[in-house]
Ligand binder design. Structure first.
Ligand SMILES: [Zn+2]
Length: 103
């Protein structure tokens, strides 16, 4: 079966985990395909959040969503953590308890 066509068809049934709006017009990109397992990156057109959906194609040709994974960490977020850590003295726990700063 064409997993991408299936997802495109069903996307409207799902909501973005971040902005909660319909994924009917989302962008879909197949990242990995191993046997009956597919990993597809879904990008929300409303908030531009990208996240991964893992699917398994059943024997009857029906695809089933196995799980939706948290949005992948962006390079910007890694830089942000790096910046936060570079000026930090003390325990990691103390750092995590500090409210996140966003600019
Ligand atoms: Zn969204």
């Amino acid at each position: 079966m064409d997993i991408m066509a299936f997802l495109r068809q069903r996307a409207g049934d799902f909501r973005c985990p971040v902005c909660r709006r319909s994924l009917a017009d989302c962008e879909l990109e197949e990242l990995a395909h191993r046997g009956a397992h597919y990993t597809v990156q879904v990008t929300c057109t409303h908030c531009s959040m990208a996240f991964l959906v893992a699917l398994e194609v059943q024997g009857g040709g029906e695809a089933q969503v196995e799980r939706v994974e948290a949005p992948p960490i962006t390079p910007d977020e890694i830089l942000e953590v790096h910046r936060a850590l570079s000026g930090h003295e003390g325990t990691l726990t103390a750092l995590l308890e500090r409210p996140a700063k966003r600019d």
